[in-house]
Design a binder for this molecule. Structure first.
Ligand code: ZN
Ligand code: ZN
Length: 259
């Protein structure tokens, strides 16, 4: 069994195909998927998916790419996460690639999420793009990691250097690889994925984006996470069943889900 640790199946292009998406998960032995919130107005829809489907979990948070959107407070995130199917806070983090100018609001929003994570004990889903240094610094300053009494979490859709992965792992964080690692051009990232211990690894689609090879360029969905697993097992020379089992165990242990 595989778990897609990060997807956006509430986005309209996927939501309209829910029966097919669940069937494709079955076909590919994908047992669960975590539907990740990107803003507060869409949160009720994300929560509804998790309430309707036993195999869908959800998170609450506001993505750093959403500039003109209601700003969450620590109290609000704590209140909204108080539900058995809400297993994480995020996605949150920093993105200096898509947005420019004074991004102090992104850093403030990131701190808000880390404080909510510490208060609730629910792990963080962290997005970082062209902002690794500030991301790690703020994680350290706010005590996001399990080493500092935080709830830890996952560096999702990881594309940074091994040094950044190691800094995050030192704080108890997991590293999640998406379809990007399967791309021919992703040599540096593949080297990072060879160095991250299996005990720290998660797999994800980030669907509807970033479909893995051999579906690159098409619409992505949770069932396709199997291709990420196959690629990583093959590249690292480990049995596929072992990678599937360990990444599944990692998911349940990080998000404190009792089986
Ligand atoms: Zn992201
Ligand atoms: Zn995402």
């Amino acid at each position: 069994m595989y778990i897609d640790s990060h997807c956006h199946i509430n986005f309209p292009e996927l939501l309209a195909r829910m029966p097919e998406i669940l069937a494709k998960m079955d076909e590919n032995q994908v047992s669960h998927a975590l539907c990740v919130s990107v803003n507060l107005p869409d949160f009720p829809q994300v929560l509804a998916l998790a309430e309707q489907h036993p195999r869908i979990y959800a998170s609450v948070g506001v993505h750093p790419d959403y500039e003109d959107t209601p700003e969450p407070s620590v109290e609000q995130l704590i209140a909204l996460s108080n539900h058995p199917k809400i297993i994480a806070i995020g996605e949150t983090g920093l993105d200096y690639y898509r947005l420019e100018g004074d991004l102090e609001w992104q850093r403030a929003r990131f701190r808000t999420h880390i404080r909510a994570s510490r208060a609730t004990g629910k792990p963080l889903i962290i997005h970082t793009r062209a902002a690794a240094e500030d991301t790690i610094r703020i994680m350290q300053e706010e005590g996001a990691g399990t080493d500092a009494g935080g709830a830890g979490g996952v560096m999702h859709c990881f594309t940074e250097s091994l040094a950044v992965a190691e800094a995050a792992m030192a704080m108890g964080f997991y590293i999640s690889f998406s379809g990007i690692v399967t791309f021919k051009s992703a040599k540096d990232l593949q080297a990072v994925a060879r160095a991250v211990p299996l005990e720290r690894m998660l797999i994800e689609t980030d669907s509807p984006y970033l479909a893995p090879v051999p579906h690159r360029g098409k619409m992505n969905e949770p069932g396709l996470v199997r291709h990420v697993a196959e690629f990583l097992a093959d590249m690292n020379g480990i049995p596929l069943a072992r990678l599937a089992q360990q990444t599944t165990d990692n998911f349940f242990s990080l998000f404190k889900i009792l089986r």
